[in-house]
Design a protein around this ligand. Structure first.
Ligand code: MG
Length: 257
């Protein structure tokens, strides 16, 4: 099932579910108890929002061998973790804003895991029981600032640096799905999730040995090779086979306090 969040000029933000090109209302909490109504609203008539509002966004660095290599680093013995702030979250179609502090803002196409069930010290055999579904994420990164700082918080944490969507797919196999990323019509990234060093269950187990995972939390599973600069005026478009396409325009940030 595809679960999304949307609003219209008349409807406040809410959850819905998608069938073909129609949205049906969801009453209640999709992470707990809810009721679905027949789809009758055209998806073209609504504004899609980030499909979940996570409590935290946990990210994995260097989870594809070829991406680690393009930055002259090695994949570690254990996953490299960092966090993005919730204020970086935007939805499908929302603009990524290039901040004036950076001269090199890059896309990172990633599979994102949506947690469905609370857990700490999750065991490998139970890991997938804690996964609610999957969506697409762009781990937008100010590469020059990431390089110049010891911690990655600034380079990864600007407003608009975490586009996600367009929806959560609950019926998806993360083992071997093709990820592609285009900037304008130029193909930048193409790889399979099969090339991930640490698998989805391994990441759930490892992260939950550090922090409690809660319903709605997001895990960004790392990007394959081919990261490159975003260009103002050109859309960045990420497709994951079986999940859909996340498209965001790119613009320079105008400063106003
Ligand atoms: Mg990343």
């Amino acid at each position: 099932m595809k679960i999304l969040r949307f609003s219209t000029p008349d409807l406040s933000p809410r959850y819905g579910w998608l069938h073909e090109d129609k949205i049906g209302f969801i009453d209640g909490d999709p992470f707990d108890a809810y009721r679905r109504f027949d789809p009758d609203l055209s998806v073209d008539s609504v504004r899609l929002l980030p499909p979940v509002l996570p409590g935290k966004i946990v990210c994995v660095g260097r989870n594809y061998q070829a991406h680690a290599k393009e930055h002259n680093t090695e994949v570690g013995e254990i996953p490299t973790l960092f966090l993005k702030p919730n204020s970086s979250l935007i939805g499908p179609g929302d603009p990524i804003l290039l901040p004036p502090q950076s001269k090199q803002v890059e896309h990172e196409a990633e599979l994102a895991v949506v947690i469905g069930k609370r857990g700490r010290w999750i065991q490998p055999e139970n890991a997938m029981d804690h996964v609610f579904g999957y969506t697409i994420a762009n781990d937008v990164t100010a590469r020059d600032l990431q390089r110049s700082d010891v911690q990655w918080t600034r380079g990864k944490g600007f407003d608009t640096f975490c586009p996600i969507g367009p929806w959560i797919e609950t019926d998806f196999d993360p083992a071997d799905a093709l990820i592609t990323c285009h900037v304008g019509d130029q193909l930048r990234q193409m790889a399979s999730t099969r090339d991930m060093v640490f698998s989805v269950p391994q990441l759930v187990v490892f992260i939950s040995s550090v922090m409690t995972l809660e319903p709605g939390d997001l895990i960004l599973t790392g990007t394959p090779a081919g990261v490159g600069e975003l260009v103002p005026g050109l859309n960045v478009s990420i497709n994951i086979e079986g999940l859909g396409t996340l498209v965001n325009p790119v613009a320079n940030e105008s400063i106003h306090a």
